[in-house]
Design a binder for this molecule. Structure first.
Ligand SMILES: Nc1ncnc2c1ncn2[C@@H]1O[C@H](COP(=O)(O)OP(=O)(O)O)[C@@H](O)[C@H]1O
Ligand SMILES: Nc1ccn([C@H]2C[C@H](O)[C@@H](COP(=O)(O)OP(=O)(O)O)O2)c(=O)n1
Length: 221
């Protein structure tokens, strides 16, 4: 059972995917963490993010160990635990430069597909292009959305309420605008179920995703 979930920043992908994985006893793949880890490595090594070839070379060679346990986040780069740092403002502000490099994407997509295969195809994978590129053959394919206001409010709370509206807008709406130049995560592809979480609680969103997965599994069983 492969569950593919895409959506914009702050739509609830990470929290909902983790919980769905726990309830079904599946592994969990956070592909955004992979883009963030590569960005951290490039910044750490002084790789110029505008140098497309250098970033691709970094994508091919960076020493990443990423776990898929929904209860234990593990992101090691060259043995350094970067799980906290990759969520910081420095990486968040730079990650779109890496994510909009098509050749670097191809390298990371191949790594993501390996992790899905390594799980025995028992995994919930989330990101921006899982339903369309990484796992278009997934058993259940979901686009999780929420309106801009909800997504900005959620990210603000998550970051401890320290950013002003302009900073939040740049982090959520600005980053989505850059990211969507290379991948479409605002419209559902054929066969992808859209779930709008704007007016749902986290638990209601989890339930809606569980229902969609069970319906999709029923169709393919
Ligand atoms: N209905 C909801 N569905 C999912 N997450 C929600 C919901 N309401 C509030 N949140 C909160 O929004 C925040 C952002 O969710 P997250 O899973 O990090 O989103 P994403 O991975 O899409 O960026 C989390 O703190 C989460 O608990
Ligand atoms: N499959 C993916 C996953 C993430 N990305 C990009 C887009 C985002 O700016 C970064 C980080 O993704 P992440 O899911 O961690 O971001 P949010 O938590 O939703 O804000 O990576 C991507 O292009 N493709």
């Amino acid at each position: 059972m492969v569950v593919a979930i895409d959506g914009p920043s702050g739509s609830g992908k990470s929290s909902v995917s983790k919980e769905v994985a726990r309830r079904f006893g599946l592994a969990y793949l956070d592909t955004g963490a992979m883009y963030r880890a590569l960005t951290w490595w490039c910044l750490d090594r002084g790789v110029d993010l505008a140098d497309a070839d250098a970033v691709v070379e970094a994508a091919r060679t960076f020493p990443l160990a990423q776990g898929t346990d929904p209860d234990r986040e593990l992101v090691l780069v060259g043995g350094t635990d970067v799980a906290v740092e990759i969520r910081g403002a420095r990486v968040t502000g730079a990650v779109s430069a890496v994510a909009t490099n098509p050749a670097a994407r191809a390298v990371l997509v191949a790594r993501q597909q390996e992790l899905i295969a390594d799980s025995g195809r028992r995994i919930v994978a989330e990101g921006r292009d899982i339903t369309t590129v990484v796992a278009p053959d997934a058993d259940a394919r979901i686009l999780l959305t929420a309106d801009e206001r909800a997504r900005m409010a959620r990210r603000g709370l998550q970051n401890g309420g320290v950013e002003d509206a302009a900073q939040l807008r740049a982090e959520v709406v600005g980053r989505d605008a850059k990211d969507s130049t290379v991948v479409n995560f605002t419209e559902a592809a054929d066969g992808v179920v859209t779930i709008d979480s704007s007016d749902l609680t986290v638990e209601q969103t989890v339930q809606a995703v569980l229902d969609a997965v069970l319906r999709a599994a029923g169709r393919t069983a």
